[in-house]
Design a protein around this ligand. Structure first.
Ligand code: UD1
Ligand code: CA
Length: 482
């Protein structure tokens, strides 16, 4: 309940992320098709902050331009030198100078953290009337994390002690600081003022604000999170892959609960942005990315990747790679189809085996069933494109368009040399190289006529097996025919 309207959220994302060994800022690496910083902003949005500040430093231009694109409501603050989390929050408070009330601090590299968890943290903060509430988790192996050290009464938190500053007794504590907090703004500001770099790393520790709050008699509690993956950070690519997999597992499970059949969750990969209807079936090896949406009754896979593709009701898409395409209701695609941007397949239409399409509007019930390149084309409803047809759309300089009318029939192995137009209700003979318009009701034949040369095998290939077969065939003809 509640959870609305904090004064500010500060997301820390200035760190270098050395262990990623990447030219790309750590927080721009993706989980389920969305950058980690975008996940962080998304979660923070659940708190409905008056201001959402992301602290940037390393590779800040990259992060800033990405945020301008995916989260224009975010304000950035620059931390020039990475002088610790306390210093980072100081920088983050610059745009929140006048903020009063609650300030939430979170991190840019914990992609599984949900908005619900932040709202729960805030609810605990409000219920306890705390000055500081810390999101914590109890780990079997707490090594590396800041430990939650409690006061003798076991209730209030006395301090957070970093691994490298721990006494042997403190190192035994299994409750760890997840690095996500709600602060009362005034206490946070005064606490940050009081920080010194008197610790093993010589940095300003945000965590020391806890000690400050207790020293001025303010209350500090924790909110323990059972779901440990939510507070796990990404430091290297091994953790990135692990958390991506875990995110995917959760996402697949969410869609299963919404009525999607997923035969093999382990080999089904979904972006956070896809939209699936109940009674969709996903077969093994399916990857749905970007703004892909799939309507009810559709079956996708196996071994299919769709990026920004809209799939209609009851469509079947088998062993296909597609991007920026629309597949109509009840249409059928694949196996082994390649749909490139601008492909629009009408209801009940077919794009079959070893077919590549690009910028092609294929009408309702039209069929492109086998071995075809179909680029810059408009195909009317009910038309049939024979096996091996090539839409020759490119002359080396210009791309041109081909249009095929309603219920027309293009024979196998035709080359349609664009620009060219076949009207409604027309035929093109197999093997044609079409360069001119075909009118309604016409049959176009654009190839050499067949000519047979009797006796050619006998005169040019005498003594071969072919010759013998020919002789036998004519003898048989002799005996069977009266
Ligand atoms: C921090 C906490 C530790 C906690 C752990 C949880 C402190 C002193 N310690 O430790 O108690 O258990 O997180 O993961 O806060 N950052 C900046 N600027 C800086 C330093 C860090 O923006 O100058 C950002 C980093 O990009 C990162 C976050 O702050 O997103 C945490 O920094 P990191 O150095 O990883 O802190 P830890 O040592 O892991
Ligand atoms: Ca860390």
């Amino acid at each position: 309940m509640g959870g609305q309207g904090v004064a500010g959220v500060v997301v820390l994302a200035a760190g270098e992320g050395k262990r990623m060994k990447s030219r790309t800022s750590k927080v721009l690496h993706q989980v389920a098709g969305r950058s980690m910083i975008s996940h962080a902003v998304h979660a923070a949005d659940a708190l409905m902050p008056e201001r959402l500040v992301v602290v940037v430093g390393h590779e800040r231009e990259q992060v800033e331009s990405h945020l301008a694109e995916v989260a224009p409501h975010v304000v950035t603050a620059v931390q020039e030198n990475q002088n610790g989390t306390g210093d980072a929050v100081r920088c983050g408070l610059a745009p929140l100078r006048d903020a009063e009330g609650e300030i939430v601090v979170t991190m840019g590299d914990v992609p599984l953290l949900t908005g619900e968890t932040l709202v729960r943290l805030l609810d605990v903060h409000r219920a306890n009337g705390d000055a500081v509430t810390i999101l914590t988790s109890v780990l079997d192996d707490p090594f590396g994390y800041g430990r939650i050290v409690r006061e003798d009464d076991g209730d209030q938190v006395a301090a957070i002690v970093e691994q490298r500053d721990c006494t042997p007794e403190q190192a035994e504590i299994c409750e760890i600081n997840a690095g996500i907090y709600v602060f009362e703004a005034g206490v946070l500001r005064a606490g940050l003022e009081s920080l010194t770099s008197n610790n093993d790393q010589g940095e300003l520790y945000l965590t020391d604000v806890v000690k400050y709050a207790r020293s001025v008699g303010k209350s500090v509690h924790t909110c323990v999170l059972d779901d440990q993956a939510q507070t796990e950070g990404v430091n290297d690519r091994v953790q990135l892959a692990r958390l991506n997999k875990e995110y995917n597992r959760r996402l697949v499970e969410k869609w299963q609960r919404e009525g999607v059949t997923v035969i093999d969750p382990d080999t089904t990969w979904l972006h956070a942005s896809v939209d699936l209807a109940p009674d969709v079936t996903l077969l093994p090896g399916t990857s749905l990315e970007g703004a892909t949406s799939v309507s009810s009754g559709a079956v996708i896979g196996p071994d299919t990747t769709l990026i920004d593709v809209e799939v209609g009701e009851n469509a079947h898409v088998v062993r296909t790679h597609g991007s920026l395409a629309v597949i109509g209701t009840g249409a059928s695609v694949g196996p082994f189809a390649y749909l490139r941007p601008g492909t629009v397949l009408g209801a009940g239409g077919k794009i079959g085996t070893f077919v590549e399409t690009k910028n092609a509007q294929i009408g309702a019930g039209a069929k492109v069933p086998h071995l075809t390149y179909c680029g810059d084309a408009e195909i009317g409803e009910g038309a049939n494109i024979g096996a091996g047809t090539i839409f020759a759309n490119y002359d080396g300089v210009l791309k041109s368009k081909t249009s095929i009318g309603r219920h027309s029939f293009v024979g196998s192995n035709t080359v349609l040399v664009a620009p060219v137009e076949v009207a409604d209700g027309a035929y093109v003979a197999a093997g044609s190289a079409l360069t001119d318009t075909v009118g309604p009701g016409e049959l176009a034949i654009a190839r050499g006529r067949q000519r047979n040369i009797p006796g050619w095998v006998e005169s040019r290939r005498a003594g071969t097996k072919t010759h013998r077969a020919a002789v036998e065939a004519s003898n048989n003809e002799g005996t069977t025919q009266p």
